[in-house]
Design a protein around this ligand. Structure first.
Ligand SMILES: C[S@@+](CC[C@H](N)C(=O)[O-])C[C@H]1O[C@@H](n2cnc3c(N)ncnc32)[C@H](O)[C@@H]1O
Length: 251
């Protein structure tokens, strides 16, 4: 896709490059690899790449709940290594797994995901699905609240009647860590939503471009969804601010 990608897609693909390379290395047998997520206030978090290769027996409770709720034909958006797509295939679902990262797509194909597509959800041509799935905080790809609105407006064209959109995100304000609190406060002072994070990925000698990632709390998701005719039900909420929401479009 690279040669056909437009500027926005290339920027995102370049930002995801270290992530994709880390996935390929792990899949290639280097299971000790870690990547670093660097926030633009300097905070660095080391992330073992093994987390992207979780198997169903180690899924988080919110993931189990989402898998249980899936019905019919599923679009796994930002599917990563295809961990959820594979679990759904095992259960007999027809799954299309979409990711913008060529390396993630390569890993998914090698892992046995049957219908893998490469691309940006904002450019992927609409097809009808019964379930649109965004796990692992994948809704972050919309970048900010304006992007969330664009996404919520666009995704209605992807839904079969009675279809659903399953989103796992988090309320970033559920923390007492002073550095996080200061970061959220500086976002608010800059007239940004608290959960709009700017970060880049470092892996070995690769340094990705800076990109934005949205963590949206359930009330804000519900409010923005309602503007585009979505009804939001919070299925489960965890003490750390993580939650799973199911959005449907009323008739
Ligand atoms: C945080 S990872 C989550 C992966 C997987 N869903 C999981 O739970 O492990 C987000 C994924 O979304 C992909 N992605 C980011 N922006 C995207 C976009 N605009 N369209 C499609 N995929 C995107 C990334 O390449 C990455 O694999």
């Amino acid at each position: 896709m690279k040669q056909n990608a437009n500027k926005d897609e290339r920027t995102l693909m370049d930002a995801m490059k270290p992530h994709g390379q880390a996935l390929l290395d792990y899949y290639g047998g280097d299971t000790s690899v870690e990547m670093i997520l660097e926030r633009d206030d300097g905070l660095q978090v080391r992330l073992p790449v093994s987390v992207f290769f979780r198997t169903p027996d180690t899924f988080f409770p919110l993931e189990d709940a989402a898998i249980e709720l899936c019905k019919g034909r599923v679009l796994d958006i930002g599917a990563g290594t295809g961990l959820h797509a594979l679990a759904l295939q095992e259960r007999g679902h027809t799954v299309t797994a979409l990711d913008i990262s060529p390396e993630a797509v390569d890993v998914m194909k090698r892992c046995g995901v049957m219908d893998v597509r490469i691309g940006d959800i904002f450019r992927f041509p609409p097809e009808p699905f019964d379930t649109l799935l965004l796990l692992g905080h994948g809704i972050g790809m919309v970048e900010n609240l304006a992007g969330l609105d664009r996404f919520l407006k666009r995704m209605k064209a992807f839904l079969e009647p009675d279809g659903q959109l399953l989103i796992n995100s988090m309320d970033v304000t559920v923390t007492d860590d002073p550095q996080h609190l200061m970061y959220h406060q500086s976002n608010i002072q800059a007239c940004r939503y608290a959960g709009e994070i700017r970060l880049r990925i470092l892996y070995k000698d690769l340094v990705g471009d800076w990109y934005s990632w949205l963590h949206v709390d359930a009330d804000t998701l519900e409010k923005h969804g309602a503007e585009f005719g979505w009804k939001t039900d919070v299925i489960a909420h965890e003490v750390d601010g993580n939650y799973l929401a199911r959005l449907t479009v009323g008739s």
